[in-house]
Design a binder for this molecule. Structure first.
Ligand SMILES: CC(C)(COP(=O)(O)OP(=O)(O)OC[C@H]1O[C@@H](n2cnc3c(N)ncnc32)[C@H](O)[C@@H]1OP(=O)(O)O)[C@@H](O)C(=O)NCCC(=O)NCCS
Length: 191
């Protein structure tokens, strides 16, 4: 695996509970120290870290490095082109930008070129409950662990709240189950 893409120097060690990081599966300095569990890294707002993600699947192996950023102050509407594929009424990049900026927390993934390849957001009262309205990964980057990395960080950001809900279609439940979430029954209104 590519050692250079894992930039250990970018970690803000002061904000990481190193004891909770499981570095099994990542190769650092040529030494395979085995997957990384980023879910337990404790970040405040506007912080970021780089991860190198090695994702094994039945048919193929995917390796990519990405930067996971919470409430990115450098985010621009033009970063959010190409999302909402397959939506009946896709949200414009400007609307996505406003939705993210108006959120309690949002998490984005940037690739090595700085391009946004995925995002998720949470709206919340900040003390009790949160709702996750948007989880999107660019089609060409799906299936490579991006959604998992984003959601782990977002759930980490919400870890002190008792209720974290989202709605999804039945096939996508498998994705959220891998993150420890469980199915529920809900109600909705749509415009
Ligand atoms: C759903 C989505 C966010 C997942 O992100 P991703 O980066 O593709 O997912 P990951 O690579 O981290 O997948 C991790 C695991 O989740 C499961 N999974 C991922 N996407 C899935 C899907 N669409 N349906 C069922 N299971 C899925 C797989 O089990 C996968 O494990 P595997 O690699 O061993 O097969 C992404 O595919 C996406 O943006 N889809 C279109 C928009 C969407 O449906 N958003 C959710 C709205 S509620």
């Amino acid at each position: 695996m590519g050692v250079g893409s894992f930039n250990v120097g970018s970690f803000d060690v002061g904000s990481i509970d190193v004891g909770d990081i499981d570095v099994g599966g990542i190769e650092i300095g040529g030494i395979d120290v085995g997957g990384i569990d980023i879910g337990s890294i404790d970040f405040g707002r506007n912080d970021s870290y780089l991860i190198a993600f090695h994702h094994s699947r039945e048919q193929r192996e995917v390796f990519l490095s990405m930067q996971i950023i919470v409430n990115d102050p450098n985010l621009k509407p033009t970063d959010l082109k190409g999302f909402c594929v397959g939506w009946a009424q896709p949200l414009e990049p400007e609307t996505l930008f406003d939705a993210l900026k108006g959120s309690y927390r949002y998490v984005i993934a940037r690739d090595d070129h700085g391009n946004v390849i995925g995002f998720a957001n949470a709206i919340s009262d900040g003390v009790f409950a949160a709702y996750i309205p948007l989880v999107e990964v660019l089609p060409e980057n799906q299936g490579a662990g991006v959604g998992t990395a984003i959601m782990r960080e977002l759930l980490n950001q919400l870890k002190d709240l008792r209720i974290v809900d989202l709605m999804c279609d039945p096939p996508v439940q498998a994705f959220y189950k891998t993150l420890g979430m469980i199915p529920m029954v809900g109600m909705r209104a749509r415009r």
